[in-house]
Design a protein around this ligand. Structure first.
Ligand code: NAD
Length: 424
């Protein structure tokens, strides 16, 4: 694993891989907190990195081998937590970056968890349901000893869903007995939580509300552009429209669709479900997907891939706010450009933490064998997002820094404190 040296080390122009980009923000916080080099090394190094061979028989009888990964980054504050991604771009570096991001995210929202992430290098769109199920079961057979409700708790990510989590629960039970708390994001019938599906978009709405309230504004005062109209983007869009905001542009892997007086996001969600993307939606004008960056809106919500706001695209941004629905959508160079241009960025480790927060509520319900109603889930989520905003606001005022730096400072100090108190 390449480890990013000190941020003042001058390698930024060479371009960073995802781990380097995430660690850049970590090092900045460590510098502010005045951590010594031994502590920095301890916090930045993953606890455990696992690579496994997953061989299955495909539907046509041929044998195929896939590589799976699980990186367990830190467990000083509790069991490790993070999604499992099935995607053709899954590689050890990206899994590492996303695992450490989970450590900082769970710490920012003050959940009693550490961070992890996993994935299988595959193209899930080319696998049948049966093949995906066999692959998932083999992955669990390789990992079952190092995951568990009090050890490491996976969840869905890109390319996986509630159905995948159901298979994991079943395979894990063969080794360890019934323990639905081994994963979150499960089907409701297997111990999933009401409100989990909308949680990331809803958390993003609550975070945005806090920011705007501070500035004397409301969601309904602004126009929004959303990149990615999957789980996060479509829920964020619908909830923003319900709160009176206008979503004037939505883009995804198929292209973009725009409407100056606001898209009907409910109809667009139904269209995407049926047609696989926003392209062709009759309720707006077709635009290229990259119209997102320079959109004439007040708020940009990246909710698709990481690394999209770069030094090339950040200069095009005309919006006043970027609210990060995706994980690590903004690289450090872009962050500096946006700051120079007066754009306020609410960082991923806070803005999209609604998903892991409701995952935590699901785990709590599993441990207590007691299901909450949706009103309670959404109410607790709102409370947690608002409390975190207050923490971030205080950290920002104390340090005189931007939101992302405040979030990393808060997260790193919490993880450092827990590590120290455990006598490690
Ligand atoms: P999803 O698979 O439901 O949707 C992904 C969306 O991104 C789709 O609309 C797809 O068309 C679009 N997309 C893919 N490639 C693209 C490209 N090249 N250009 C433009 N759009 C592209 O995924 P999701 O669960 O909504 O996750 C979106 C992002 O949010 C990811 O970065 C994920 O890690 C992050 N995230 C998700 C959750 C969650 O609870 N689902 C929680 C936190 C963070």
């Amino acid at each position: 694993m390449k480890v990013w040296r000190n941020p003042s080390g001058g390698r930024k122009d060479e371009g960073m891989n995802p781990t380097e980009a995430t660690n850049y923000f970590f090092y900045k916080a460590a510098e502010i907190l005045n951590l010594d080099s031994r502590t920095i090394k301890q916090l930045v190094t993953p606890f455990r990195e696992i690579k496994v061979e997953c061989t299955i028989t495909c539907d046509d009888g041929h044998i195929e081998t896939f590589t799976g990964y699980r990186v367990q980054h830190d467990q000083s504050r509790g069991p490790m937590k993070g999604g499992i991604r099935y995607h053709h771009q899954v590689d050890p570096d990206e899994v590492n970056a996303l695992a450490s991001l989970m450590t900082w995210k769970t710490a920012v929202v003050n959940l009693p968890y550490g961070g992890a992430k996993g994935g299988i290098h595959c193209d899930p769109t080319r696998l049948s349901t049966g093949e995906k199920q066999r692959l998932t079961r083999v992955f669990v057979q390789r990992l079952h000893d190092v995951i568990g409700p009090h050890l490491d708790i996976p969840a869905p990510d890109m390319g996986t869903n509630a159905e995948t989590m159901g298979w994991i629960v079943d395979e894990y039970a063969k080794f360890h007995g019934w323990a639905p708390g081994v994963v979150t994001g499960k089907p409701i019938e297997l111990g999933g939580s009401l409100g989990r599906e909308s949680a990331t978009g809803r958390g993003l709405l609550y975070a945005t509300e806090c920011l705007f309230e501070d500035l004397g504004h409301r969601i309904s005062d602004f126009r929004y552009a959303i990149q990615g109209f999957g789980n996060v983007g479509s829920w964020a869009g619908r909830l923003i429209e319900e709160a009176g905001g206008k979503v004037t542009l939505a883009t995804d892997v198929t292209g973009g669709v725009a409407r100056a007086d606001g898209l009907d996001t409910r109809a667009l969600t139904a269209w995407v479900r049926q047609h696989g993307g926003v392209r062709g939606f009759p309720g707006g004008d077709a635009t290229p997907g990259d119209a997102f960056y320079s959109a004439d809106v007040d708020v940009l919500i990246p909710a698709a891939l990481g690394g999209v706001l770069t030094k090339e695209t950040a200069g095009e941004v005309r919006a006043r706010f970027v609210i990060e629905g995706a994980n690590h959508p903004t690289d450090p160079e872009a962050d500096e450009i946006l700051a120079r241009n007066g754009v306020t960025v609410l960082p991923d480790i806070y803005a999209n933490a609604g998903g892991v927060t409701v995952s935590y509520f699901e785990w709590v319900q599993n441990l207590q064998s007691y299901a909450w109603d949706e009103e309670r889930v959404n109410g607790e989520l709102r409370r947690r997002m608002r409390a975190t905003y207050a923490d971030l606001r205080a950290a920002r005022a104390a340090r005189g820094c931007d939101w992302r730096t405040a979030a990393f400072v808060l997260a790193v100090s919490r993880v450092h404190q827990a590590t120290r108190l455990r006598g490690v």
